[in-house]
Design a protein around this ligand. Sequence first.
Ligand SMILES: [Zn+2]
Length: 275
Amino acid sequence: MANERYSRNEALFGAEGQRRIAATKVAAIGLGGLGSHLAQQFAYLGVCDYGIVDFDVVTVSSMNRLVGAVDADVTAATKKIVVAERTIKAIKPDATVAALDAKVGAPEVEAVIAGADVVFGCLDRDLPRLQLTELCARYAKPFFDLASDTGGEGEEIWYGGRVVFCDGWRCLVCLDLLDQQEIARDSMSPEQREAHDRIYGIERGALAGTGPMVVSVNGAVASIAVTEFMAYVTGLREPAAQLTYRGDLQAIRRSVDEPEPGCYFCTGIWGSALG
Ligand SMILES: [Zn+2]
């Protein structure tokens, strides 16, 4: 009764679409507030083959948003990759999950990207985003970058996120979506950073993990990404280059920003990967 399981999927994108989803190997880098939603939705969608990467453990402060995490995971300090694999296997026991306990910069991550058909980045910082952009370009892998974002204070507070599809025509660099100051500071040694902060002070955005993060906002961003992936893989339509969700404005906006021409990552690295 394999077809019955996905009959409602196939009602939208056909048996061939379902077959394509089953044949697509996904890599998800970062299994926290955004990535945990992806793991769950991919499993329901019918993805069979997963490479997942994260180095972090479940903490009490992540229990407001980490899909699949249970209270006992806090005391056990369960790895987020373990939670994700458990979620996937509970929904889809025949799934293949290769889980890697590592940061983006670790050499083992390269094989995960090289072996994937489509890559998803769910990262908090722009330095690993840049590293992942470079890796995906090197192996010419379509790459969805997810970010949830907030800003402002008091009545001016805003919250939402964005999904960007990098495909060799555009990427986070040529769309100017990376905070170069944050990347520079995160690239410094502890001593350099201390000296830098003494001179320039610490910008609000430089400190990770302090802003608001809510399960439903992350879920909206992750759902947008999975819908774009579904449209892309099944051939329903082309994925959007960049979709921005603003919970405070009750809106999803499609960006029409054009990439800067002559991007080193798109034209240079991705271009030479294609030969
Ligand atoms: Zn680019």
